[in-house]
Design a protein around this ligand. Structure first.
Ligand code: BGC
Length: 423
């Protein structure tokens, strides 16, 4: 199989850095809400081991890297920025570039500073300028080192997990609150898109690319002949992802979303960022899983054709290059990850879509939000006690694909053929 897209890796600040900053996830840990009791203050200690991590990434041939910044670290109190934190990010980005790697920077990835959360976070439209103030700061202070930005990661997952399912901070269980957060985040994305382009033009920076990372799934009725199951699949998909993506990339706010601020219809994505993991099988107005299909160690269905289906749905809305900003799986013993990667890349290659980049989620095993350290998604194994990094079998496979720009017959036989999914 030929590989025409660039293969890279993704991460998020809270999931790797460690350091105990005052943000919503340290607050969630303090409340005892991380399943295995692990503390995000540890994570991968990337704060101290960033050089080692970038060196390893570079050795593995990775040339495109999606990373995040920790808002609570850069702005520990409202309007007060930490010069040392900024310098740390500048050194990291300079080092990444010195290795001929290209950064794609995520400005917001699931974590709020506690001061922002206490002021109502993304539930309050009056906080939109606060988020935009941070975006402004990022562009002015890191804009010379980064051309490409993701404004917000997965507004739908952030909203649903934190405000409807109650398993992410702040732990609410309210559909109207989740809808409000999605609406406000979509409004934030559009205003950030406009701001980033305007500022960078003023500052004389070229090659700007801005988008958001959209979490999309395939929603399928449990029983295709059951009209209720069909209605549920369409409705859940609409509420979870379809309305949101129209709002974010086209400025079209349809039920149940509403816009906040002066927002015109337009085109608010220079690339289509897609995070794809799984398919949902529904028989009611809730999520569901097909139990008779292959699944990963968190019980998520493995459904490779879905990545191309979701990418095609995005491309139908707006014809832009597709970046797979996340795709990966929880495979604690690394026994099916090679097959998972191969099958998803194959589906993308055969789709005929302009898929330019694929960022694997994730580079090293890391702090997996409410699951803690027990859900391993990395190409590189991390022993959290000793912080030792070891390239996994799947990491070697990834490296070989990057080097050869294809999956050779030998590599297929070595890495993919022996692996089976679990049903
Ligand atoms: C998130 C990542 C997360 C991954 C696996 C995505 O929804 O953006 O932060 O680790 O899924 O759960």
């Amino acid at each position: 199989m030929k590989i025409r897209m660039l293969l890279g890796a993704a991460s998020a600040a809270t999931q790797i850095e460690g350091g105990g900053f005052k943000h919503t996830w340290s607050g969630w840990y303090d409340k005892g809400r991380i399943k295995d009791g692990s503390n995000p203050a540890r994570a991968n200690d990337h704060l101290n081991r960033w050089k080692e991590d970038i060196d390893l990434m570079s050795e593995m041939g990775i040339r495109i890297y999606r990373l995040g910044i920790e808002w609570a670290r850069l702005e520990p109190n409202k309007g007060h920025y930490d010069a040392a934190a900024l310098q740390w990010y500048r050194s990291l980005l300079e080092y990444i570039r010195s290795k001929s790697m290209f950064p794609l920077l995520t400005i917001h990835h699931f974590t709020n500073p506690l001061w922002f959360e206490e002021a109502g976070g993304f539930l309050k439209p009056s906080n939109i300028p606060v988020y935009l103030g941070f975006v402004d700061y990022v562009i002015r202070n890191l804009g010379d080192l980064v051309d490409e930005y993701i404004t917000i990661n997965e507004p739908n997952v952030f909203a649903v997990m934190g405000y409807n399912a109650g398993v992410f901070p702040p732990g609410l269980k309210s559909v109207p609150a989740a809808i409000r957060v999605m609406s406000i985040m979509a409004s934030c994305h559009i205003q950030a898109y406009i701001l980033i382009h305007k500022l960078r033009r003023e500052l004389g920076y070229a090659n700007t690319k801005v988008g958001f990372a959209h979490h999309a799934r395939v929603f399928t009725p449990e029983n295709k002949k059951n009209p209720w199951h069909n209605i549920c699949a369409k409705l859940v998909s609409h509420m979870f992802q379809d309305a949101l993506v129209r709002a974010c990339i086209l400025g079209r706010f349809i039920f149940p979303l509403r816009k906040y601020g002066k927002i015109r219809r337009g085109e608010y994505a220079d690339f289509l960022g897609l995070n794809y993991y799984t398919r949902s099988t529904v028989s009611s107005l809730a999520d569901g899983v097909n139990k008779n299909a292959p699944h990963n160690d968190l019980g998520w269905e493995i459904f490779p054709p879905g990545i191309a289906q979701c990418a095609a749905a995005l491309y139908k809305l707006l014809e832009r290059p597709v970046y797979i900003t996340e795709n990966g799986t929880c495979d604690n013993n690394d026994v099916f990850r090679c097959r998972y990667i191969y099958d998803h890349l194959k589906a993308l290659s055969e789709s005929g879509l302009p898929v330019e980049r694929y960022y694997h989620w994730c580079f090293t095993d890391n702090f997996e939000w409410c699951e803690g350290e027990n859900a391993r998604f990395g190409l590189v194994h991390v022993d959290f006690e000793t912080q030792k990094r070891t390239i996994k079998n799947s990491g070697h496979f990834y490296n070989a694909m990057i080097k050869n720009k294809c999956v050779t017959e030998d590599d297929y036989r070595k890495y993919v053929e022996p692996q089976e999914y679990k049903v």
